[in-house]
Design a protein around this ligand. Structure first.
Ligand SMILES: [Fe+2]
Ligand SMILES: [Fe+2]
Length: 328
């Protein structure tokens, strides 16, 4: 299997063989809802788009362990600690499935990790916000994993087979994550005034960044139209954001919490909640590396990577010892 950087995929030679016949046969397979598998012919741009999307998704799972890992030692009971530990471990598992799915497209895991650690590759903007109270852990499960489910359920039908299949199990686990978060919020909202205030404070801080998770408005989203045509994406950013708002506002009502948006109202005609304008500058700043925790998150990941060097070396030494024994 050859390896390549995210930007170097596709030599002139490879692009030159993308004849109209090949491209239209590929699109016909997509239109017929056939799954594209690793050894099938695919346009170089399709391969590059998937490498970018799946590796960003994998990086998000891995970096996403940090804000919650921050509360493992401070969870309020043994039960909450065990649940949170299982949840954070699930996220590590999601990262690993996704790195494997991306590897089927010809990029190496070492290359993807190097691109994350150098700051070249992106991960979800949401994980650059701090977790200040225990209610943030509830809010992350409820809103962030909730938004992830909205995004990922349609990915179970993505045209690329390995990504679609990885998403089936990931989505089952995300559903557990969302419920554990909602359960934390439900408990806090039935608790003391202080606990309710803590829940409201966390919702105030996480609401808008959660809406930003769906990405820019459709009109600004440069990869959307092609990804929809290739059936990598099934719904647009704005459609998914609307589904999320419609589901979540009612959950907030049930909890007795107020969504921090003065313009939020139910529109009888459309059957949807209308909401205020997102502060896009904030999203672009966070993506550009200037969110509250970007530096801390990357620094911690670099440290974890170098702390793990001896494990990789030991595994490699063991593998080569086994290989030389087998050859003898
Ligand atoms: Fe996950
Ligand atoms: Fe999750």
């Amino acid at each position: 299997m050859y390896t390549q950087g995210l930007d170097q995929a596709g030599t002139d030679e490879q692009i030159a063989v993308e004849t109209d016949e090949l491209l239209s046969a590929f699109q016909e397979r997509i239109d017929a809802e056939e799954k594209i598998e690793p050894k099938d012919w695919m346009p170089e741009a399709y391969r590059r788009t998937l490498i970018r999307q799946i590796s960003q998704h994998a990086h998000s799972e891995i970096i996403g362990m940090q804000p919650e890992g921050n509360w493992l030692t401070r969870a309020p009971s043994l039960k909450r600690k065990v649940i949170l530990l299982a949840k954070v471990q699930d996220e590590a598992g999601h990262g690993l499935y996704l790195y494997s799915a991306a590897e089927t497209l010809g990029v190496s895991r070492a290359q993807m990790v190097a691109d994350l650690l150098s700051g070249k590759a992106k991960y979800s903007s949401i994980f650059n916000y701090p977790t200040l109270t225990w209610a943030d852990i509830g809010t992350i499960g409820w809103l962030v994993d909730g938004a992830a489910i909205m995004n990922q359920i349609p990915l179970c039908r993505c045209s690329y087979g390995p990504y679609a299949r990885a998403m089936v199990r990931v989505c089952k686990e995300e559903s557990f994550h969302q419920r554990q978060g909602f359960d934390i919020m439900h408990t806090l909202c039935r608790g003391s005034d202080e606990q309710k205030a803590m829940a409201q404070g966390a919702l105030n801080r996480w609401w808008w960044p959660s809406l930003m998770m769906f990405g820019p408005n459709d009109s600004e989203s440069k990869h959307s139209a092609q990804s929809m045509a290739w059936k990598i994406k099934r719904f647009s950013n704005d459609e998914l954001r609307q589904k999320f708002v419609d589901a979540t506002v009612q959950q907030a009502d049930f909890l007795g919490l107020r969504v921090p948006d003065d313009e939020l109202r139910f529109d009888e005609d459309s059957g949807h909640y209308r909401f205020g304008e997102i502060d896009w500058q904030e999203l672009f700043d966070v993506i550009a590396g200037n969110g509250p925790c970007n530096k801390q998150r990357l620094e911690k990941r670099r440290q974890a990577h170098s702390n793990g060097a001896w494990v990789r070396e030991a595994a490699q030494a063991y593998a080569s010892k086994q290989a030389s024994r087998a050859a003898a």
